[in-house]
Design a protein around this ligand. Structure first.
Ligand SMILES: *Cc1c(COP(=O)(O)O)cnc(C)c1O
Length: 351
């Protein structure tokens, strides 16, 4: 009944979405605020008869809007059913075991090794420097077929400055792809987009799930040189011609047109993050410097799992990674000011 391939699959474990009671959900980096009200209006006014037809397989209007917002050409944009799908297509299209290993940081988005296993790509985790910082030097190897890292990195929240990304791209072989996963870039890190013209092997990936409050929609995109984008279309059309449905294409376009709403929302989240980090530090916690909508924090003498379990019992979900080297940390999504107040009270009373 089952294929040999299936037996070797190691699936990603997403953060829990429990249905048993109401939690303050600070475990999967969703936004605590709703999407733009323009999205609500568009959904209410949507002409349902349009669903009779298949969506535009190349999502032209949405890609034009993404291109306009990001300051690139439409043929440099690819859209996918969440950036996870975009990542999957990129691994398939750009990494090749015959050319060497895929390199990524020791602690990063745990879907990367899952895709490597799925596509049978050898990989190596590259150690982080002091303070969990991504360093450039250890990535400059000749036995690799490509690099992927998140900027800011997850789950640390630490960002890599633009000049270090540029230094990496200038010194790394141009025939190998460098993928920068910018899922959290809107919360204060520097984007690699400006390096695209000089580096044709650069691939930038973004999502609507975090800073656009649309995790339930499933929409992500890739920006790269047009020849790389065409390769992604070939992968998509070998798998599913319509991964981004009609409604999603429309909502994505509308959300991108409400820049002022989203700017205000991001500013609010960043302010809450800074205040919360400060308070947690005052309570004796170590908080890594975050440019994302979450913080990675630990308190000496308390195991991360204990923090996770204690808070869960009090109705607050955070994320714990059972991984050697970061097992004492928890990753806490930035919610509303009120959410963070409740969390601080729970920590004060129980930890
Ligand atoms: C959340 C996240 C993604 C996935 O985003 P989706 O668009 O929801 O699939 C990708 N990369 C990183 C680093 C993330 O944290």
């Amino acid at each position: 009944m089952f294929s040999g391939r299936l037996k070797t699959l190691k699936a990603y474990v997403p953060g829990e979405q429990p249905q048993d009671r109401r939690y303050i959900k600070l475990n999967t980096n969703e936004s605590p605020y709703p999407p733009s009200p323009l999205v609500g209006t568009a959904l209410r006014e949507f002409e349902y008869k349009r669903l009779r037809l298949y969506p535009d397989p190349r999502a032209k209007r949405l890609r034009e809007k993404v291109a306009q917002v990001c300051g690139v050409e439409t043929d440099q944009v690819f859209v996918a059913n969440g950036s996870d799908e975009a990542l999957s297509f990129c691994f398939y299209a750009f990494f090749d075991a015959a050319r060497g290993k895929v390199l990524f940081p020791e602690f990063t988005y745990s879907f990367y090794p899952v895709y490597c296993n799925f596509y049978d790509l050898p990989y190596e985790k590259v150690s982080l420097g002091e303070g969990y910082v991504v360093e450039v030097e250890p990535f400059l190897r000749t036995d690799s077929c490509g690099i992927i890292f998140a900027n800011p990195n997850a789950p640390t929240g630490i960002s890599l400055p633009l000049e270090r990304m540029e230094s990496l791209l200038c010194r790394y072989p141009q025939e190998n792809a460098v993928i920068v996963d910018e899922a959290y870039v809107d919360f204060g890190a520097e984007s690699a987009l400006g390096l695209l013209n000089a580096h044709r092997n650069l691939v930038v990936i973004r999502t609507f799930s975090k800073s656009m409050s649309l995790a339930g929609l499933r929409l992500g995109f890739v920006i790269a040189h047009s020849s790389l984008i065409e390769a992604l279309f070939t992968v998509k059309d070998s798998f599913n011609s319509y991964p981004v449905d009609t409604l999603t294409q429309m909502i994505g376009e509308i959300a991108l047109s409400d820049e002022s709403y989203y700017r205000a929302m991001r500013e609010k989240i960043v302010l809450t993050r800074e205040r919360f980090s400060q308070r947690l530090q005052e309570m004796g916690w170590l908080v890594l410097p975050s440019k994302a909508n979450f913080v990675f924090a630990t308190k000496k003498g308390i195991a991360g799992l204990h923090v996770y379990q204690t808070l869960r019992e009090k109705g607050i979900l955070v994320r714990h990674f059972d991984m050697k080297g970061i097992e004492d940390f928890v990753r806490i999504t930035i919610g509303t000011d009120e959410d963070m107040e409740t969390l601080l009270d729970a920590i004060k009373s129980s930890l």
